[in-house]
Design a protein around this ligand. Structure first.
Ligand SMILES: [Zn+2]
Ligand SMILES: [Zn+2]
Length: 308
C-alpha cells in the first residue's frame, strides 16, 4: 500500500524509463471499466486542479496536509472517509493501511515536510488505495496492485500530479509511483482522449512534460493498428499477409500467437474472426473477417471502424 519514490528531495539512483509495465497498465484500464461501468467512468470528467492541491512551504504542515487530503477524497467521492495524515521517517514515500474506515491513517515520509509541493501527488496515490479497497477492486500481488493504483489514479484525474512530481537535474532525480514517467504519460493520454482534455499545460516539470509526450505517442499508436481503418500502410500489409496465412493454416489459429502488445489475432475458422484490443478500454473486441465492419465496444461504447 506504500508509494515508492526516489524522493522527495532527490535520489541518485536512476529512474526507470520506457514501458515495462504496459501489459498490466492496459489490464488495469479494462478492469476499471468492468468494475465501474462506462457511465460511472464518464462522471470523472474533471481532473484535480493544481490550485486546489497547492501547498506552499509557508502553509501550516498538518492543517495543509489535511486540506489537500480532503480535496482528493472529495475528488474520488469518498464522502465519509477521513484521512488522518502523519509524518514519519521510513523507506517509502507514503503509506496507508487498508481498513474498514471511516478513518484512514496515512503516513508521509518526513522528507515531505520540506517538499510540500509534492504532498498532493503522494496523497493522490494513497487516496486511490482507499477508494479501490472500498470498491473491492484489486490485482493479485503487490507489484500489480500498485500498478493498478497508479493507473486508476491517473485515469480518474488526480494522477497527473504523480507524473509532475518527476524531476531530474544533473545530480539528482525524484519520481513517485510505480509506473515509469512514460507509462503515466500513456494513461494520461488515454484519459485525455476520452474526456477531450489537454493536460500538457499543467506540467511544471519539463521532464514530466517530455514523458507525457512520449507516452501519448504510444497511446495514439493503439488507435492506428490493424484492423482499424486508421492503421498505416505497413500494418495493413502485414495484416493481409497474416490473414492469408490464417485462412490457409486453420490448424495454426489462433494466429499470430498471443501478442503481449494487444495486437490482432485471427481466431477459429468458419467463419474466420479477428480479435484486437479496443483502443480506449483495451478490452478485446471480436469481429467477423468480411471487409469493412463497424463494431461497437461493449465495454466503453467506442465505435470502431475496421477493415477486416
Ligand atoms: Zn501504493
Ligand atoms: Zn472499449
Amino acid at each position: 500500500m506504500a508509494v515508492r519514490g526516489g524522493g522527495p528531495g532527490g535520489s541518485r539512483s536512476p529512474v526507470e524509463h520506457g514501458f515495462p509495465h504496459l501489459p498490466t497498465v492496459r489490464e488495469a484500464i479494462t478492469a476499471l471499466y468492468r468494475r465501474l461501468s462506462y457511465e460511472t467512468v464518464r462522471t470523472f470528467d474533471v481532473s484535480v486542479a493544481a490550485g486546489d492541491v497547492a501547498f506552499a512551504d509557508v502553509d501550516e504542515l498538518y492543517t495543509g496536509a489535511q486540506r489537500v487530503a480532503r480535496v482528493l477524497v472529495r475528488h474520488l467521492r469518498l464522502p465519509e472517509a477521513r484521512l488522518v495524515v502523519s509524518f514519519r521517517d521510513m523507506e517509502y514515500a507514503a503509506n496507508v493501511e487498508p481498513a474498514a474506515g471511516p478513518e484512514y491513517f496515512v503516513e508521509l515520509n518526513s522528507r515531505f515536510k520540506s517538499h510540500r509541493r509534492d504532498i498532493g501527488a503522494a496523497l493522490a496515490h494513497e487516496v486511490t488505495h482507499v477508494w479501490l479497497h472500498r470498491l473491492g477492486l484489486s490485482f493479485p500481488g503487490v507489484r500489480d496492485n500498485e500498478i493498478l493504483t497508479d493507473t486508476v489514479t491517473a485515469y480518474l484525474g488526480s494522477g497527473w500530479l504523480l507524473l509532475d512530481a518527476f524531476r531530474e537535474d544533473g545530480l539528482t532525480s525524484q519520481k513517485l509511483g510505480y509506473l515509469t514517467p512514460e507509462e503515466f504519460g500513456y494513461v494520461l493520454a488515454k484519459r485525455a482522449e476520452v474526456f477531450g482534455e489537454d493536460p500538457a499545460p499543467w506540467f511544471t516539470s519539463p521532464q514530466a512534460y517530455e514523458a507525457y509526450v512520449r507516452g501519448r505517442e504510444v497511446a495514439r499508436r493503439d488507435a492506428r493498428r490493424p484492423p482499424l481503418v486508421a492503421c498505416g500502410w505497413a500494418g495493413r500489409h502485414r495484416y493481409a499477409w497474416d490473414r492469408r496465412y490464417a485462412r490457409t493454416h486453420p490448424e495454426e489459429t489462433p494466429f499470430p500467437p498471443r501478442d503481449p502488445e494487444g495486437g490482432y489475432v485471427f481466431e477459429s475458422c468458419s467463419p474466420l474472426r479477428v480479435s484486437f484490443a479496443c483502443p480506449t478500454c483495451l478490452q478485446r473486441v471480436r469481429v467477423p473477417v468480411r471487409g469493412r465492419v463497424r463494431a461497437r465496444c461493449g465495454l466503453c461504447r467506442s465505435v470502431l471502424e475496421c477493415d477486416t
